[in-house]
Ligand binder design. Structure first.
Ligand SMILES: [Zn+2]
Length: 158
């Protein structure tokens, strides 16, 4: 499981620009920031919004484009073998309790269906190139949430 953070424009929450980006419908001219990512084609399996509400964009049986050039435990191209979850947020900034609760529920549900061993950050699989979800992401908090659930799977890396 690879965790990410995203907000569009950066630091603004609650709009529908992320959905539009992930479904190739973003109007690049709608905001000055959007022109800086013009033509970007990415997707993730899930998006967890600030209030915990969750959207799925890609079937977990299919590959989503979320990790890019990446490697984890010697296996290259994480898009081939991982599920990507985006948290609405700003890289390096904090996330909402509702997001951790929902993330833990989601991880547990997915771990019941898929052989998921670990949850890691994008920054862990693309070090030096990617920095999300960043220092504001509370791995201890996620671990606490996961421990509360039974079975307590998967492990959060840190
Ligand atoms: Zn990312």
């Amino acid at each position: 499981m690879v965790l990410h953070s995203i907000s569009l424009p950066p630091g603004e929450y609650g709009g529908d620009a992320i959905e539009q980006l992930f479904t190739n419908r973003l109007d690049w001219d709608a905001h000055p920031y959007f022109s800086s990512i013009r033509g970007l084609r990415v997707s993730a399996h899930f998006l967890v919004r600030r209030d915990g509400s969750t959207l799925q964009f890609v079937s977990c049986d299919q590959r989503a484009w979320h990790a890019g050039r990446s490697v984890w435990r010697g296996c290259e191209d994480c898009n081939h073998y991982s599920i990507g979850i985006e948290l609405e947020g700003l890289e390096g900034s904090v996330f909402e309790p509702a997001q951790y609760r929902q993330l833990a529920r989601l991880l547990r549900a997915l771990a019941a269906r898929y052989p998921i061993e670990e949850a890691v950050g994008h920054e862990d699989v693309a070090p030096g190139r990617k920095f999300d979800p960043g220092a504001g992401f509370d791995w201890h908090g996620l671990r606490r949430q996961l421990r509360r659930l039974r079975p307590a799977l998967p492990r959060a890396r840190r």
